[in-house]
Unconditional design. Sequence first.
Length: 739
Amino acid sequence: MSKNKSSESVKVVVRCRPLNRKEESNGPAGTIIQMDLRLGQVILRNPRAPSSEPQKTFTFDAVYDANSKQRDLYDESVRPLIDSVLDGFNGTIFAYGQTGTGKTYTMQGAWLDPEKRGVIPNAFDHIFTHISRSQSDRQYLVRASYLEIYLEEVRDLLDPNHGSARALELRESPDSGVYVRDLTSCVCKSIKEIEEVMNVGNQARAVGATDMNEHSSRSHALFLITVECSQPGPDGRKHIRVGRLNLVDLAGSERQAKTGVQGERLKEAAKINLSLSALGNVISALADGRSGHVPYRDSKLTRLLQDSLGGNAKTVMVATLGPSSQHYDETLTTLRYANRAKNIQNQPRVNEDPKDALLREFQMEIARLRAQLNHRKWRSKQKKDGQEDGESWERDGDEGTEGEDEGEEVEKEAEEYVKLEEQRLERETEAIRGDQFLLAEEKQRLLGEKERMMGVLRKEQEATEQLTAKYKAMESKLLVGGKNIIDHTNEQQKMLEMKRQEIADQSRSEREIQQQVLVQDEETVELRETFTSLQQEVEAKTKKLKKLYAKLQCIKAEIQDVNDEHVRSRQELEQTQNELTRELKFKYLIIENFIPPEEKNKIMNRLTFDTEEDQWKFQPLVPAESKSSQMKKRPASAVGYKRPISQYARVAIAMGANSRYRAENIMFLELDMTPPNTTSLDRSGEAESNQSHSVDSSPTKDRGVRKSRSWCQTPTSMASSSSNVSLSACQTAAAMAAQ
Ligand code: ADP
Ligand code: MG
């Protein structure tokens, strides 16, 4: 089956729920589904067809009938996947089927009854039991998130203001694929904590919906668990593997009637099915294998499951069926859908040392805090001993390899030091109080001094306590193999679990072999047979012909069915298209008749396409940076100055002259009484023109400067004023200073 050595197909299992009371009372029509557990086959009977019509048979990786236990499904079909996640693979389990067929029952089940706990609580047990039984050189970090997609909006179910919160955005990174930005993620240290997370999310889901049943059949719920595991590798360094598990309870797959809906309702109806129909399209495109383009971007759900379908993940799909004859069409659709999904090939690989591993960040933060604590300890020790103790600091500073009791030891040392110091200060204070030879003022001063020292000491103690608390909180988030969680199961139970798992493995492989035998039987074996007599050959070939004829009929019927379905979905799409076209025309009509063209153009010019979000957006009227004030900023003139500035002012600034003129264009000209001297003037002009380049060379500056210069320094216009001399002297000095 596999295309290359690392690819594996999506596992598809089918589960049928028992008849419910209402269906039982409906009459003896009975079930339309038969299951062959040994072969993994579902046989579907069409209640409306004549009995001569052949029944439809589908083969899956496993099938579970009405009598199946939650535990069976978990041990056989889910356990291997969770084991892979613990080894650092991505894993996805999703339940697909019509509303009321047992998706939520399969995924969550009845929490209080151990027999009826679904995939999710069993996975919690599995993950934390695994951690408690693993070796102590492994460190784990388990995180959980919970979100739902409702009407094509991603909502965080763990956000306290879930109801009013904005819809979240999807982002893509080369490291972790598609993810949800700003999604709450809770670090969980035990089964109890992760169950709490689940409960909080479920409550948010229930509160957000007026009619829970209605809501749950229209929203997709995704529970995400990330398990990070750090383990020393053969090279002696710690390697981190990250497994991500998606547990998905999809919306009901039944067709929502679209006939006769308009406007908002139409939009809603289109959105309800958008994710599911996009999922269908993605599965078809992947199963087909020929079409290069897979429309992942058509919906939020398919984007989030991009890795799970045809990417880096191991995936199990549980298709749920109802046995009642009323829902024949839906059941058939579900089975076809599931049958198609079997052909999807994934390329799972271990996520080793990804850049965004949180565990690494945690480890580094813990090391940093430990180093800080050790530093404090060293300081206390140094003070206590009253002498240098560099050696001990060097040893203590070597974090990372020391035992876990280090934190406590450090804390004890620090406490001891503080106690001693406090006692000493108190003693000294008492001594000062009791000293009769001291002057009252002197006494007061000394007491004040001691008081201050006590204050410093207390502050330091508080800081140490805070640091220790932070360190402990940080460290407690990491689970150490076989330490933080105690495994309460006894040996007997462990043995039982193992045996159960062995049985599950065996039955799985048995089924696989049976299925292979069946396929071979049909294809090759008879061809190689040799016949002793003609009669025998005729018999054998007639039998084969009959078999093949029946198969042909089945396939013909199948083709007919698929065609019918195709026509039906096409009609539906055409209808939706008609509705949308009508609406579009209506909007165009409004635009053309009621909106002035220049307004329309303004709006059109503001439109931009956001490729990340895949939709058109309005650009804000005011540029983002000046959102707070509608006023535009005054353009700056010379670089680095608040406003246009004259050369004189610059020189004055450089000279450190009267600050009043530093940023102004006002010139302060002193009255010079000496007679005018033309030669010196000429020279100063020359010098000045040379300097102008050295002082500022940028063209904008030059322009601004020349302007002011022409007013104050043109020799002809100011010839009579000798103040030019002093100005040019100023400039010469400034140029020298600048050099
Ligand atoms: P869905 O989530 O697909 O809409 P539910 O999980 O809510 O359906 O199931 C509908 C009802 O059927 C529930 O009352 C549930 O207890 C029951 N049910 C579903 N599957 C089973 C099963 N395998 N065994 C017993 N009861 C089941
Ligand atoms: Mg449900």
